[in-house]
Design a protein around this ligand. Structure first.
Ligand code: GLC
Length: 576
């Protein structure tokens, strides 16, 4: 799926400081709980099934609350669990104040929230309001006639005016965002699947409904909001023609359109400002300035920028570490004085972390999973960790389209077929990048279906579950899981890892990602070998290292100012 990228700008920007350069005095940003948070993202359909229907549910998550607590994470983001026909696994909401029956009841939700709060874990609600489901009462009313009071909750185009100017749809079988509806002889707009009609944010009634929904959940005690696809909410409702060649430019012409900031400011005034909640939207504008405009404190809009530049780097053919370093470094530099970032390399819209950014072979899966978790938890910004990555879950191999469940994969396949693209390549790319890779059931133990369900899982459990599971790793002090827990603890015990300045070292090193974090008089050196071979790095800082704070190998070879790192070795040192 396309995301809001700013790749063109990246080329124009310089890297941060180079090796050995003097550090600037560290600037401690205002301290806030959500900057110190470590977010654990749970895809409820796949976490734990309590009733044997093959679908994860809220009671299942409740069963695993102590496990979540044991990770040390401080916040849970749950993907949508509202009533939904599940065309897009809950991202098509038919009732924003009801729980999907497969997932449980409102009482289960209240118990889940209570259980999290009792364990000092906060909760982020996924708010899906760029669009609703076509089964939402608003849409059912709206489509029933042109005069219905709900008509203006959505975007319509009367067919007698001819076909509206083209708009691209990310999930539509034909890529067409205008769906003809014979009931009122009109087209309606859907940037995602045709069952996900876009809401009309120009309509103050829609906005009021949404704020009321958000307040309903905030009154229950949720601690944060994630705004799904919200950067597409504002539209020029005259629907002008986009310039030739740019009709599908989802970045320039669909995201961040006029009006968006007004909606966010209003949402802040109506909802966020009235509660102690954090807010994050999917995407972070089209450039740094827009990212700042979304999250700088004085803007009174959102709190945390969630940018896709880094996560989009991994491709089936691999990725360049230099590019990854450049991307994280540039973003950090841009946000070092103002604003706040999230740090992530995976979520429910991506394939698995270790399969994309590490090495999921038998030989290197463990080391590279630990390396990636070390990285995510030692950067400046709020880390968002996706369920299963704490045990190094991997991509699943699907060879036929019939195995996929994701609407994006299925409709993408139909579209590719109709466009005559190379289907062999399409399938192999899908195998690498499909969202279903990241949605397979959580692997709890070595029993059937990895203890996820006593029934037939909605999506197959990865065959490797007997090796890769919580129970096995829990008992092994050197497991990916226990390394993750140590890393979380280290971050929580060392404020420098949250607030400290970040400085890239040895920027042109193609194998090793090295950087320091500095706060007041304390500096931590982070060394990460992103390759499957030994790599040596030489830095003046190395002559000042103390004992390793964490290391995913048992030892490390230090020789004056150089260190030889083993494949995917990741180490943190305090500097004298
Ligand atoms: C966001 C969600 C994705 C969903 C889409 C439509 O990108 O993260 O899962 O399919 O919005 O709601």
């Amino acid at each position: 799926m396309k995301k809001i990228l700013i790749h063109t700008l990246l080329a124009l920007l310089l890297l941060g400081c180079s090796n050995g350069q003097k550090k600037e005095a560290s600037m401690v940003p205002d301290k806030t709980w959500w900057k110190e948070a470590i977010v654990y993202q749970i895809y409820p359909r796949s976490f734990k099934d309590s009733d044997g229907d093959g679908v994860g549910d809220l009671k299942g998550i409740i069963e695993k609350l102590d496990y979540i607590k044991s990770l040390g994470v401080t916040m849970v983001w749950l993907n949508p669990f509202y009533q939904s026909p599940n065309v897009d696994n809950g991202y098509d909401v038919s009732d924003y104040k009801a729980i999907l029956s497969e997932f449980g009841t409102m009482e289960d939700f209240d118990n889940l929230l209570k259980g999290l709060h009792e364990r000092n874990i906060k909760f982020v609600l996924d708010v899906v309001v760029n669009h609703s489901s076509d089964q939402h009462e608003w849409f059912k009313q709206a489509r029933s006639s042109r005069n219905n009071p709900y008509r203006d909750y959505y975007h319509w185009w009367p067919a007698e005016k001819g076909k509206p100017n083209f708009r691209y749809s990310l999930f539509d079988e034909k890529g067409d965002a205008w769906q003809y509806d014979s009931i009122s002889n009109s087209y309606y707009l859907h940037y995602f699947a045709k069952e996900q009609p876009d809401l009309n944010w120009e309509n103050p009634k829609v906005r009021e409904e949404v704020y009321n929904i958000m307040k309903f959940w905030a009154d229950k005690g949720v601690d944060g909001f994630r705004l799904d696809a919200f950067q597409f909410a504002a539209k020029d409702t005259t629907f002008p023609k986009f310039p030739d060649g740019f009709e599908k430019d989802f970045i320039q012409y669909y995201a961040m359109q006029d009006g968006l900031h007004d909606y966010l400011k209003e949402m802040n005034e109506e909802v966020f400002s009235k509660y102690d909640v954090m807010s994050v939207a999917e995407g972070a504008g089209r450039n740094f300035q827009e990212a700042h405009e979304l999250v700088d404190a004085d803007r009174k809009e959102l709190n945390i920028a969630y940018a896709f530049d880094a996560v989009d780097i991994a491709k089936p053919e691999g990725y360049s570490l230099l590019k990854l370093k450049n991307t994280f470094t540039t973003w950090d530099k841009e946000f070092s004085k103002k604003g706040w970032l999230s740090i992530f390399l995976s979520n429910h819209d991506q394939a698995r972390l270790v399969s994309r950014f590490g090495n999921d072979s038998e030989e290197f899966r463990e080391a590279s999973s630990k390396l990636l978790n070390t990285f995510l938890l030692s950067m400046r910004g709020t880390p968002f960790v996706y369920y299963g990555d704490e045990i190094g879950m991997t991509n699943i191999e699907f060879d036929s389209i019939s195995q996929y469940k994701d609407v994006a994969a299925i409709n993408g396949y139909k579209k590719a077929l109709s466009e005559g693209v190379d289907m062999h390549k399409f399938m192999s790319d899908l195998n690498f990048a499909s969202r279903d890779n990241g949605r397979t059931p959580m692997q709890w133990d070595s029993s059937e279906n990895a203890q996820f369900t006593s029934g037939e899982p909605w999506l197959p459990v990865n065959d490797n579950y007997k090796n890769i599971n919580v129970s096995v790793q829990d008992k092994d002090p050197n497991s990916i899981l226990n390394h993750f827990r140590k890393m979380v603890k280290l971050r929580k015990d060392n404020e420098v890892l949250v607030y400290g300045d970040y400085q890239l070292l040895d920027e042109n090193n193609e194998d090793v990602y090295a950087f320091t974090r500095t706060l007041n008089n304390e500096t931590i050196l982070v060394l990460l070998n992103f390759t499957n071979h030994d790599a040596t790095i030489e830095l003046p800082e190395i002559s000042h290292v103390n004992q390793a704070m964490i290391n995913n190998y048992h030892s490390v070879e230090i020789n004056h100012s150089s260190i030889q790192l083993k494949p995917y070795q990741g180490i943190l040192f305090k500097l004298n």
